[in-house]
Design a binder for this molecule. Structure first.
Ligand SMILES: [Zn+2]
Length: 225
């Protein structure tokens, strides 16, 4: 087996099969339904021995009287995405200390778009949980893919490193999406908003945050260059 030493050159696949006796349920209404056919699906999974790993399954589809033909839910992933829940959790963990999508993408061997999508999903869930907890300081950053074609706006809590929001693009509207989701108590609780000197974020902050002029703090790193 001397030839398969380089993890970069090989991939691992975990094949999951559904037994004939499995009871199939509609993912919408959870009613037991007759099977229709199968769809071959593949999800990116956390690496086995550093090999790029996928879970592969021929997933049954059911014929629901109310909802039509639907692919059944699988326990390891959300049916609408191309990565397992375990892979998603690992990406979110790593994002806490490496706040650049490119860094996480290269460490996890995933695409920039995939990692950004995972972060957007995580933030959507995280915001729902922390909505009522105002924070005093936030940090706004734009980050881009290596090729520079895709930009996102990331709002984080500089004390904890928690990402609070990810918006598409790097415009006033990209940041306004965060402000729009905040209560007036949350906006008033803000004491500082750290950002670079780009006009888009300044415009959004002035439009939404009371007393913004005294609260905007420019990132020294950005000012210096
Ligand atoms: Zn149904």
């Amino acid at each position: 087996m001397g030839g398969i030493g380089d993890p970069a050159k090989f991939t691992a696949e975990i094949h999951v099969t559904c037994t004939e006796r499995s009871v199939l349920r509609c993912p919408e209404c959870d009613k037991v339904c007759p099977g229709s056919d199968h769809r071959l699906r593949k999800w990116r999974h956390t690496g086995i021995c550093d090999y790029r790993t996928h879970v592969v399954a021929n997933v049954p589809r059911v014929r629901c009287l109310e909802h039509g033909i639907k692919i059944v839910s699988v326990p390891w992933a959300d049916a609408r995405v191309h990565f397992t829940a375990a892979f998603e959790a690992r990406v979110i963990d790593w994002f806490q200390d490496a706040s650049s999508i490119s860094t996480v993408a290269s460490r996890m061997g995933g695409s920039w778009t995939m990692i950004a999508h995972i972060m957007e999903r995580a933030v959507a869930r995280g915001l729902a949980r922390t909505e009522t907890q105002p924070v005093a300081h936030i940090c706004v950053d734009e980050t881009s893919s290596k090729k520079g074609h895709n930009y996102i706006t990331v709002v984080s809590n500089p004390k904890t490193g928690t990402v609070r929001y990810v918006g598409e693009g790097r415009t006033t509207a990209s940041l306004a999406g965060y402000d729009d989701g905040c209560s007036s108590a949350q906006l008033e609780a803000l004491e500082s908003v750290r950002m670079d000197m780009g006009p888009a974020y300044i415009t959004a902050t002035k439009a939404w945050v009371p007393g913004a002029d005294e609260k905007i703090a420019f990132d020294r790193f950005h000012v210096a260059k």
